[in-house]
Ligand binder design. Structure first.
Ligand SMILES: Cc1cc2nc3c(=O)[nH]c(=O)nc-3n(C[C@H](O)[C@H](O)[C@H](O)COP(=O)(O)OP(=O)(O)OC[C@H]3O[C@@H](n4cnc5c(N)ncnc54)[C@H](O)[C@@H]3O)c2cc1C
Length: 550
């Protein structure tokens, strides 16, 4: 069940809309009958070849290596669309493509790319990416124990990895381990490719069953028992894999953000359909004012999260720095999607709790994604730390002045409608900056990095909201300029901006309060934003649902 009208409204780009439509046709034609036959915990071993045959594998892999030659942005409708049918299919694809295949693409020689990529992009081999270990996930780079030990003839891989998606079914493993030279010296985190044929006895896989969600995925603990790795199976220069893995994770985070939005879209569509059929007396549940408000908020969350994900993706496609923004997009998208999935269960009542209606499955599947590929807490801490890293190249919080200029340059019709929202955002921005300065001034080191974790997490959230508000503004201006911004789009954008501005003003005061401080300037900003957004309210209330038309 897929609310395609809503997706078209979100994507707004003809090529992406066509791609999303093709994914839906593929889903109806191939995935629905396949899923019907598949057991609830059965690994979908025919899925990757099926996706390859229909042109949905290797989306962002260059054609010379057997891929589709597209961009990461082009991958978004693919992973999102597949997730709307089944989260496990999408996660199987994400581990194979966004992690393992991308590592080979970003971190190997031309010869290695020619050797491995065509089979991976063509779905003839399935791959797993092995980073996490039993004793370390979030902190894996500071406590990695798997070893690649150099010998006169090559390398020996030993160690244990855990929670590896596709682990028991993989033909090919990309393994990241600490390399040790023959004299016992550490030579850095290094990646290697290991093919299963010929090594079955020294790759010991244990399936990890009984998961909360993503039940059709293959999750495994893997022991590499002194496996021989030839020199030409070492990926890239020795010691380079830490950097490559971090780049892989940036792209991976964008991919799972789109995945989780596919789960959320399906949940929203199911909630709309169900509430229309559930009668309360003579009126449907859908037509209750409270239900409309809930559904509108779900739609708004989805739209806003997409703006963040696309913005980070476009930077990745232009090879611009986007580590922090990919983290912001992932945290926001995963948490928004979880709320949508949860609300959909609530709207379906008792039926929502039953497995037949799939909304509970979407929730369980989505739940993984605030943990995997960077737990929300870790990403928030990294966002806060990066706020003061000079030269990171990321313009994290475009000032409202520059946003205002952008809006004026891009669009002539928007400034009047958008003016009050931008003023509110400007005040929120100002409150956040003042709160940060006061907190930094209060700390003897004068650095944000010495903030306690609880404060750092709040700072990261405020910065994220301000950044996303900027992306929402830019997206609305671009759409209005192209003449494709509907009343819905503008109302959603303005509604988010109002809430973000008020929230940031309020939370900035709360930040100070937690440090035993207060500031009248922040109070006056808050009161001004309250006034602006209250007067602006008619522009943001009760959007008719796009999902209704789908
Ligand atoms: C179904 C599934 C599939 C997976 N697939 C793969 C895969 O294909 N390949 C792969 O390599 N890995 C995979 N993973 C592993 C996943 O990436 C890790 O689970 C994730 O990185 C978190 O690591 P962890 O489980 O060790 O949790 P931990 O790192 O122990 O974190 C536990 C909690 O502590 C918090 N925390 C950690 N450190 C700090 C700190 N310094 N301060 C405050 N809070 C902190 C975290 O935010 C989290 O809430 C998968 C996991 C699952 C469940």
């Amino acid at each position: 069940m897929v609310a395609h009208g809503l997706l078209a409204e979100i994507l707004q780009d003809d090529d992406l809309i066509l791609l999303a439509k093709a994914v839906r046709e593929f889903g109806e034609r191939e995935l629905v009958p396949y899923l019907r036959k598949l057991g609830k915990e059965e690994f979908p071993d025919k899925f990757l070849p099926l996706a390859a045959r229909s042109g949905f594998l290797g989306t962002a892999i260059p054609t010379e290596f057997g891929g589709q030659g597209g961009t990461l942005e082009g991958f978004l409708p693919v992973i999102e669309g597949i997730a709307a049918y089944d989260g496990s299919l999408a996660l199987t694809l994400a581990a194979h493509e966004s992690l393992a295949t991308t590592h080979v693409l970003l971190g190997s020689s031309a010869e290695q790319k020619r050797k491995y990529l065509p089979d991976l992009a063509g779905g003839r081999k399935i791959a797993a990416w092995c980073l996490t270990e039993p004793q370390a996930g979030s902190n894996i780079f500071s406590d990695m124990r798997s070893k690649l030990s150099r010998t006169p003839k090559g390398w020996i891989l030993s160690g244990e990895k855990t929670f590896i998606t596709n682990g028991c079914h993989a033909d090919l493993y990309v393994v990241i381990a600490r390399a040790i030279d023959q004299d016992g010296q550490e030579v850095g985190v290094t990646g290697c490719v290991l093919e299963r044929p010929g090594n079955q006895n020294s790759i010991i896989c244990t399936p990890l069953h009984s998961k909360m969600g993503m039940c059709r995925t293959d999750t495994a603990a893997i022991k590499f028992d002194n496996v021989f790795i030839a020199e030409d199976s070492i990926l890239g220069p020795v010691g380079s894999a830490g950097q490559v893995a971090r780049r892989v994770l940036i792209r991976g985070r964008i991919g799972v953000a789109a995945l989780v939005l596919g789960l959320a879209r399906d949940s929203l569509a199911r909630a709309v359909n169900y509430t229309k059929t559930r009668m309360i007396g003579k009126t449907s549940l859908f037509d209750q004012q409270l239900t409309r408000t809930k559904l509108s908020q779900m739609e708004e969350g989805l739209w806003v999260a997409w703006q963040a994900v696309r913005s980070a993706t476009q930077l990745a496609d232009q090879s611009k720095p986007c580590k922090v923004r990919a983290s912001m997009a992932k945290v926001f998208a995963t948490e928004t999607a979880l709320r949508i999935a949860d609300e959909a269960i609530q709207l379906l009542g008792g039926y929502g709790y039953m497995t037949d209606y799939k909304v509970e499955q979407n929730y369980r599947d989505a739940r993984l994604l605030t943990i995997g590929e960077g737990a929300s807490e870790i990403l928030r801490l990294a966002i806060a730390k990066n706020l003061e890293t000079p030269g990171s190249g990321e313009d994290l919080m475009p000032s409202p002045e520059s946003l205002g200029r952008d809006v004026e340059l891009t669009c002539t019709s928007l400034p009047t409608l958008w003016g009050p929202s931008l003023n509110a955002l400007k005040l929120a921005h100002n409150s956040f900056q003042m709160a940060l300065e006061r907190i930094k001034g209060d700390d003897p080191s004068g650095h944000l990095s010495s903030l306690c974790q609880t404060t750092a997490i709040k700072v990261a959230d405020l910065a994220t909201r301000l950044w996303i508000a900027g992306q929402v503004t830019r997206a609305a201006a671009q759409l209005a300029n192209r003449g494709t911004a509907s009343g819905n789009t503008l109302r959603r954008g303005k509604s988010f901006l109002a809430k973000a501005s008020l929230g940031v003003c309020h939370q900035s005061m709360e930040l100070l309060r937690a440090h035993g401080m207060s500031d009248d300037r922040l109070l006056s900003n808050y009161s001004a934003v309250l006034q602006i957004t209250a007067q602006d309210r008619p522009f943001e209330s009760f959007p008719p649902l796009v999902a209704e038309r789908s």
